[in-house]
Structures are given as C-alpha cells and as structure tokens.
Design a protein around this ligand. Structure first.
Ligand SMILES: Cc1cc2nc3c(=O)[nH]c(=O)nc-3n(C[C@H](O)[C@H](O)[C@H](O)COP(=O)(O)O)c2cc1C
Length: 336
C-alpha cells in the first residue's frame, strides 16, 4: 500500500481504518452482513470428526439444504426459521433484526445508503450523524426512508452535540440512538423518555459503569483495534469485551474493534457479546459515502499500515477530547 493514498485534497484528511481487507472482500454492505452470518453459522454448528470439512467444504446453501433435510417433517417456513434463528441474541430480539450485526455510525461515511443497506441486509444500520448537522441529516434521512422499511438508528459524537440535536433526531422515530465519546448523561433521560432504545459506546470500565447507571439498552465495548477514534489508553477487543459483558449483565453488549468477517463475529459471540458493531469493513462497501480512492486505500491497506495519534485532530483544529486518539492509515503528514 502506498502511504497517503486516498487522502483528501487539503492534505489533512486521511483514511480512518483498522483491519486489512483483502481486495476480494470489497462489495456491498448486504454482502458483508451475509458473509458474517454464513461464517458464524458454520462456526456455531457442532462438528464431529466425520464432519471435519477442511477439504471440499460445502457452500452455505448446501449447508442450509443439509439442515433442512435434517428436519423433513417441518414445513418449509419453519425449516427456514431454524436457519435464521441460529444467531438469535438479546440484540436481535431487542431490535427485531435477523443478524447480530450493527453498522458503526461513522461520521460522514455511514450515510443513508449504507444505513439502509445494512438494515435491508438484516443488521441494524446506524446513520453516522457526528455533530447532528441539520442539512446533512435531512439529506441522509431521506435516503434511509426511501431505501428501507427495516429498523435503523442514528449515532452522535456526544461531545459535539446539544439536546436540540437529539430532539431533532427523535422526531424521525429512529429504532435507536447511539452516543459515543463523551458524557452521555445530559441526553440519556430524554432518549429513554421517548421510548427509544439507547446504545452507548464505551472505551473503558468507568464509561461502562456510567452507561449501566444511565440505563443504556445496549452497550458497545470498543477495543483499541477500532478504526476511527478510540481510547488513547484503551484495551484490546479480546480482553475488554468479556469484562464489560460481566459488568453490564444483563444489558446486552456489542463488541467493536477489528471485526471484519464471520470469524470476528463468532469470536465476539464466544466472548459473551450479543453481536458486533462493525465500522471499517462497512466503510469499504459501495454504499459508503467515501471517495473511490479512499475505498481503494482501505481495501489495499494492511493493519500494520495504521497508527494511532492526535496529530490530525490538532492539525485540523478539531476539539476532540484528548482522551481519544484516532487510528488512521499512514500519511506523509504523520512522518514529519
Ligand atoms: C471512519 C470511521 C469513522 C467513525 N466515526 C464514528 C462516529 O462518528 N461515531 C461513533 O460512534 N463511532 C465512530 N467510529 C468508531 C466506530 O463506532 C467503531 O467503534 C469502530 O469502527 C469499530 O472498529 P472497526 O472499524 O475495526 O470495525 C468511526 C470509525 C471509523 C472507521
């Protein structure tokens, strides 16, 4: 990968990314959701020696046929349900979605098309509203409404918004409001009073305890592998998620950070999470609001090409709290 590919013209934007994505992974958001679901179902099925499928592994559709033939006495809709219900979790039940996958509300990148595509694909799309800017929201909410009737939500950067932004979002009757990075206390009660499920993303145990105290319906445990911003002194997804799961129980927890396919989702479920919130993988889809050169940089990049810092925030004059740094693809600006 060439450092700096996909940067904005001003020279201060870069690609906020984490995991390496093979070129063949690039595709649409529903394909990404389906890819996760299929691999997890394979991982979740009990295996015996006779079923060891290192060679000649059947395709997902062959596996579904095998599952169906195992229950020939059931009518087709029920057999189909057996397959679909294999990944039912507290998260899928809460939102009535098919798959335990949520789109990270990536500011600017997770627009209406991507949000609707993930929801149509059976996950929970979350619009990346960032600071709640009205004209952006109006445009992208219209795209969501045109493209899905499935549940979707809106995510905000907590440190950038006021109560008006939340009030405005609630008028559009989202299935969830997600708050990340900063103190959610001023907004939690208003969201809960509207009867809207509240999702809070946390980066350390203090934030996790506060989210529980505020009555979050879902907590996202963000590990330090995450793309975009995260805790300067965060812990990796693998050790962080189970600690938050134990602390928050019975509140469902989604794992976030470095999850890009079904193997990652299977790991999240094994850690006790009720699903995964995925950012970078969905950013590299055709529905994301990014330029083709940025998409190419993400797909061609490798995890080792990323670094965590505040330099770009300082250079942009951004007021991001210093507690949170950003993981980005390398950039010549950072080498100076
Ligand atoms: C480009 C980008 C922008 C992001 N912007 C936001 C944001 O505005 N609000 C938010 O809650 N999280 C944001 N995140 C962080 C995600 O919520 C999530 O924690 C992260 O994407 C998970 O890690 P992954 O990218 O490895 O899947 C962003 C992530 C990326 C990659």
């Amino acid at each position: 990968m060439t450092k700096g590919r996909g940067v904005c013209a001003a020279g201060l934007c870069t690609v906020w990314a984490t995991t390496a994505l093979a070129a063949s992974d690039h595709g649409t958001a529903p394909q990404a959701v389906e890819q996760s679901r299929t691999v997890v179902q394979e991982a979740a099925k009990p295996k015996t020696g006779a079923e060891d499928r290192t060679k000649d592994q059947p395709s997902a559709s062959e596996e579904n046929r095998q599952l169906e033939s195992a229950a020939p006495q059931l009518p087709l809709p029920q057999r189909a349900m057996m397959v679909a219900m294999a990944l039912s979790t507290a998260f899928t039940k809460l939102f009535g979605v098919r798959h335990p996958v949520a789109l990270a509300p990536m500011g600017g990148s997770a627009g209406g098309a991507l949000t609707a595509a993930v929801s149509r694909g059976g996950g929970l799309g979350l619009l990346g509203s960032g600071n709640g800017e009205r004209s952006w929201l109006a445009r992208e909410l219209a795209v969501v409404a045109e493209n899905t009737t499935k549940p979707w939500g809106i995510g905000f950067l907590t440190w950038q918004i006021d109560v008006d932004a939340v009030e405005h979002a609630l008028e559009h009757r989202p299935a969830a409001v997600m708050l990340s990075f900063g103190d959610p206390s001023p907004f939690a009660e208003r969201i809960r009073r509207a009867g809207t499920p509240l999702i809070i993303q946390v980066t350390d145990l203090e934030e996790a305890r506060r989210a529980v105290d505020l009555g979050a319906d879902v907590i996202v445990a963000q590990g330090s592998e995450s793309g975009g911003h995260g805790a300067r002194h965060g812990r990796s997804t693998l050790p962080f998620v189970p600690v938050v799961v134990d602390l928050a129980a019975p509140v469902p927890v989604l794992a976030a950070g470095g999850i890009a396919d079904g193997r990652g989702l299977a790991a999240a479920l094994a850690l006790g999470a009720a699903g995964a919130l995925i950012g970078t993988r969905f950013q590299a889809t055709t529905e994301a609001l990014i330029t083709p050169s940025t998409a190419a940089a993400i797909v061609e990049g490798h995890g080792g090409d990323t670094e965590r810092n505040s330099i770009l925030d300082i250079a942009r004059g951004s007021r991001w709290p210093s507690k949170y740094t950003a993981r980005t693809l390398g950039h010549p600006f950072l080498d100076a």
